[in-house]
Design a protein around this ligand. Structure first.
Ligand SMILES: [Zn+2]
Length: 270
């Protein structure tokens, strides 16, 4: 009985991977920016984490699970890319390395430094950390600037998640713009590198907010909409694949990584 269930799961996964490959091969050409040469744009999984550690909540995956996932990426030939590489590819078709993947963390929890960072280094991965600028140095649950700088100096990428984790769609345009520009300035000043990407707090955005994000000088922004970044992505609402704690975390990770387009198409994962 158990063998049979196992076989069914295997068949299901194999089917998803096959359909996923089919979906990837069919939708890979986007029109060029000026409407001339079509760009050859691939689909890229952008993984989204929050906390890594022992807290028993959905947003926190265990160190062992996180390591298993990072090892899987390393063992299977994935290359972690930067937001600049991703946007250069989506906007201008600049080629990416084989099997590109982007790893992102939202909020800037202190376990990102204590637990995730050593594991990322162990496997040679880089990751993007969207910081709540006003919480850094001001709340023990989050990193301090010294930790942020150390990570930045060792290849990790620090970007913005606003100053106060504000829902930008609920603020006045003036206040929203302030959240966007001040967080950029604070992080740029501390790490000495450009901040040109945003992750929307709670994922909330709308047309008016996107205009403000552009006005504040951002080159791209990430949503919490499930899916892969690809030829159809809006540069200011790029899809991501959230990773949560679950009873079968690795199976969920594998499915999300390998079959995202198909799962998305059939509404199987949100
Ligand atoms: Zn957040």
């Amino acid at each position: 009985m158990q063998g049979r269930t196992c076989f069914r799961i295997f068949t299901f996964v194999a089917l998803l991977v096959f359909l996923s490959a089919l979906a990837a091969s069919s939708g890979s050409v986007a029109a060029g920016g000026d409407g001339s040469e079509p760009l050859n744009v691939a689909s890229v999984p952008v993984l989204n984490y929050h906390m890594v550690g022992d807290l028993n909540q959905a947003l926190c995956i265990s160190a062992a699970n996180f390591e298993e996932q990072m090892k899987y990426l390393a063992d299977n030939g994935y290359t972690t890319i930067t937001p600049d590489q991703l946007l250069d590819h989506l906007k201008r078709g600049v080629p990416l390395p084989e099997k590109p993947v982007m790893i992102t963390f939202d909020d800037g929890y202190v376990d990102n430094y204590r637990v995730a960072y050593p594991i990322l280094r162990k496997y040679g991965h880089k990751a993007v950390f969207f910081l709540i600028a006003g919480y850094i140095d001001n709340d023990p649950r989050f990193m301090n600037w010294q930790q942020v700088k150390e990570m930045s100096n060792n290849g990790m990428i620090m970007q913005s998640h606003t100053v106060h984790h504000a829902n930008l769609t609920k603020l006045s345009p003036e206040d929203a713009l302030k959240e966007l520009t001040e967080s950029r300035e604070i992080i740029e000043q501390e790490v000495g590198k450009p901040v040109r990407y945003l992750a929307y707090p709670t994922g909330a955005t709308d047309k008016a907010t996107v205009l403000l994000v552009r006005k504040a000088g951002y080159r791209g922004a990430f949503s919490v909409r499930f899916g892969e970044a690809g030829p159809d992505s809006n540069f200011y609402a790029i899809e991501r694949i959230p990773l949560f704690r679950s009873s079968r975390t690795f199976r969920s990770f594998f499915l999300r990584l390998n079959a995202a387009p198909v799962l998305e198409r059939f509404g199987l994962i949100r």
